[in-house]
Write a new protein. Structure first.
Length: 166
């Protein structure tokens, strides 16, 4: 295409990223997205899908979050399917910090999660890693104040207590 002077656009580069995905090459798929900015093309959410999918399906947490960081820096925000992929790989890697980061993103951006996302969330709360995460001591007054300031329900202080979820 380049030798034939075909002008590159987002659709062509996304198609090339999908071909890289079919070869299970997340690096090339991500390079296609990075190339967009060099060409003055704004990547879209669909542009990031191939790289994110390969990295998440291969359990490469660091590269998956590198893709998410690149998305955010270019004004592209992941939706539920992308957040579910990231959540799944974070749970598999036992990274509670990433899991709670993503749960917060889901809480603020998705009104009602899909059954597949709910299954992933349930898997987290039934895991041994989740049972070990949480504050053992906290100030009840600050929790009550945070709940009151937040309109009730969510206090933003993380998981309080530890042990198996009921």
């Amino acid at each position: 295409m380049v030798s034939d002077d075909v002008p590159m656009n987002e659709a062509i580069l996304t198609s090339l990223a999908r071909m890289a995905m079919s070869k299970n090459d997340g690096d090339i798929a991500f390079d296609m997205v990075k190339k967009m900015k060099d060409l003055g093309i704004n990547p879209r959410l669909r542009s990031y899908g191939p790289a994110l999918s390969v990295f998440c399906n291969n359990g490469n947490l660091d590269k998956a979050f590198e893709v998410e960081e690149h998305m955010l820096s270019h004004g592209v925000y992941p939706e539920e399917p992308e957040l579910e992929l990231l959540l799944r790989v974070s749970i598999e890697a036992c990274r509670s910090d990433k899991v709670y980061y993503l749960l917060h993103k889901l809480r603020t951006s998705v009104r009602k999660v899909l059954p597949s996302t709910a299954d992933v969330i349930e898997k987290w709360f039934n895991s041994k890693t989740a049972s070990r995460v949480g504050k053992r001591k906290w100030d009840q007054r600050s929790i009550n104040k945070a709940i009151e300031n937040g309109g009730g329900g969510w206090h933003g202080q993380g998981w309080l207590g530890s042990g198996k979820w009921n």
